[in-house]
Design a protein around this ligand. Structure first.
Ligand SMILES: NC(=O)c1ccc[n+]([C@@H]2O[C@H](COP(=O)([O-])OP(=O)(O)OC[C@H]3O[C@@H](n4cnc5c(N)ncnc54)[C@H](OP(=O)(O)O)[C@@H]3O)[C@@H](O)[C@H]2O)c1
Length: 238
């Protein structure tokens, strides 16, 4: 498969990307996809901690550990990437209301600004289904707010993915999510694209988005679009 394009999926121009949230459920799978497909010559993981990666990740991967509370001091980490993937996020249960807003909105918006200033042409944001800055629900409101903030950053291309419930074997214990996941995992046999999406599909949709020419400056991919796009790239090993 060709090396990913910078802003328009035009193969061969883009050489470098960064991933925010590479230690998370989606980010981990995304990193695997990027490396297996050799889409970029350089993949920079920007995170709050060092990750132990297998030797198979090779020399293409660089890690930069940053203090997200002082992100502006880490502008160099965002320099010179053609594409930026953001799978960052926390939960209200884990971080409290303020912490959730700080991570899911402020960190992401600041990172987007630094990325654009550093030359990033295409920014992909993993948001959530139902994101709406006017929502009464904190989660959906914050997701809507961060979408607006990221859209306002002048990227050549901005892709916003709005997955429904993520299906994955989560490392972290989230009992309620596990119950809903199990239920929706069964529902997915009947309505595969309606209420949930495997993290592998989200990661592949991100890859497909980078490989394809953009449809306008801002593109919003709803859950069904993610399924459709994710199927557009072959699974590894098939
Ligand atoms: N769960 C769902 O069903 C669902 C559905 C739709 C959309 N989403 C959204 O999709 C995105 C990705 O979800 P996911 O479940 O794949 O993510 P995840 O597994 O929760 O991973 C989140 C990532 O964000 C990082 N992070 C969390 N708190 C941080 C902090 N204070 N400072 C710096 N980094 C921090 C984590 O780093 P560490 O490893 O260092 O903690 C990790 O890399 C999130 O924005 C989420 O809201 C989730």
């Amino acid at each position: 498969m060709a090396v990913a394009g910078g802003s328009g999926g035009d193969g061969g121009r883009g050489r470098s990307c960064f991933v925010l949230g590479a230690s998370g459920e989606t980010g981990r799978v995304l990193l695997r996809e990027l490396l297996a497909r050799q889409l970029f010559a350089r993949v920079t993981l920007i995170g709050r901690r060092w990750l132990s990666l297998g030797e198979e990740t090779g020399e293409a991967v660089e890690q930069v550990v940053v203090d997200f509370e002082r992100l502006s001091e880490h502008a160099a980490a965002f320099l010179g990437h053609d594409v930026g993937f953001c799978c960052l996020g926390t939960t209200r249960a884990k971080a409290g209301v303020d912490g959730f807003i700080r991570v899911d909105r402020d960190y992401v918006a600041q990172a987007a600004q630094l990325a654009q200033a550093g030359g990033c042409k295409h920014f992909l944001l993993q948001s959530a289904r139902g994101a709406n800055q006017d929502s009464h629900f904190l989660y959906l409101r914050v997701k809507g707010e961060v979408e607006s903030l990221v859209q306002a950053v002048d990227f050549d291309r901005c892709t916003i993915l709005r997955p429904a419930m993520l299906l994955c074997k989560r490392q972290e214990s989230r009992p309620m999510e596990l119950i809903v996941q199990r239920f929706l995992g069964v529902v997915a046999w009947v309505f595969p694209t309606a209420y949930s999406v495997p993290v592998e599909m989200v990661a592949r949709a991100m890859v497909a988005s980078v490989l394809q020419p953009g449809k306008g400056k801002v593109e919003v991919l709803e859950n069904r679009d993610i399924h459709k796009l994710g199927k557009a790239v072959p699974q590894q090993g098939t």
